[in-house]
Design a protein around this ligand. Structure first.
Ligand SMILES: Nc1ncnc2c1ncn2[C@@H]1O[C@H](COP(=O)(O)OP(=O)(O)O)[C@@H](O)[C@H]1O
Ligand SMILES: [Mg+2]
Length: 222
């Protein structure tokens, strides 16, 4: 369970540029839920994702993830929390273009210092889930946009996180690839992963699997 209590985020606090991007956010997300966070650009979606992922701290309030107060974690522990619990998928795929699909997906396993055969098994499993195993030895720059996003999904899944956070994941995809992306989310939902997607893509408005739509406007949940 992810619990957000009375979250404010104030940028440039106590300066003339002070800006309140999140205002008294209260939200409970159950394990296994799929949340679609929608709202126009600037409404605070990415800021909220950063706070859930402990990439940034709230100005006020608390974030609790499965009993751990992640909003108070020191940086080092915040990065451990992220790498263990969270898989990220972004609009820009943030892949290493000159490396192969396999090597990009392997990269998050390097700090774990595990046996290479075990690592390769984990990479293969993640590639299968993201339907990209047929491109394993291609370099990223040889892939289409949809394939790059599927590689990014596999990289996000390789450490088997329980929480998948996606920020505008289909913004650079055509409709066909967006629907394929949504189908992969559906599978992850069936595996009981917790999924949080910030998006203003209307394809997410009526998914054919269990999900909860949340609207944001000017830093507030409506
Ligand atoms: N680091 C920052 N410094 C100052 N303002 C910021 C910063 N990050 C975001 N903002 C502002 O906070 C508001 C919400 O941004 P964001 O969370 O990125 O919205 P969304 O993802 O919904 O488009 C925007 O007005 C944005 O300009
Ligand atoms: Mg955003």
């Amino acid at each position: 369970m992810i619990t957000l209590s009375s979250i404010d985020k104030i940028f440039n606090e106590n300066t003339p540029q002070e800006f309140k991007a999140l205002k008294n956010i209260n939200l409970e997300i159950k394990n296994g839920e799929t949340i679609i966070l929608s709202g126009v650009s600037g409404s605070g979606k990415s800021t909220l994702l950063s706070i859930i992922a402990s990439l940034d701290r709230p100005s006020n309030g608390m974030v609790n993830v499965n009993g751990e107060l992640v909003s108070k974690l020191p940086d080092y522990h915040a990065s451990l929390y992220r790498s263990k619990e969270i898989g990220f998928i972004f609009q820009h795929f943030n892949l290493l273009e000159s490396l192969t699909v396999e090597d990009n997906i392997l990269a998050p396993l390097i700090p774990l210092n595990i046996d290479i055969l075990e690592a390769k098994k984990m990479v293969n499993k993640a590639m299968k889930k993201a339907h990209i195993e047929h491109k394993a030895s291609q370099t990223i720059r040889a892939l289409s946009g949809g394939e790059k996003q599927r590689c990014a999904i596999a990289r996000a899944l390789v450490r088997e996180p329980n929480i998948i956070i996606c920020d505008e994941p289909t913004a650079n995809l055509d409709k066909e690839n967006s629907l394929k992306f949504i189908e992969i989310l559906h599978q992850l939902n069936l595996e009981n992963k917790t999924i949080i997607v910030a998006t203003h893509d209307s394809l997410f408005q009526n998914l054919d699997f269990n999900s909860r739509l949340i609207y944001m406007e000017d830093g507030v949940i409506l």
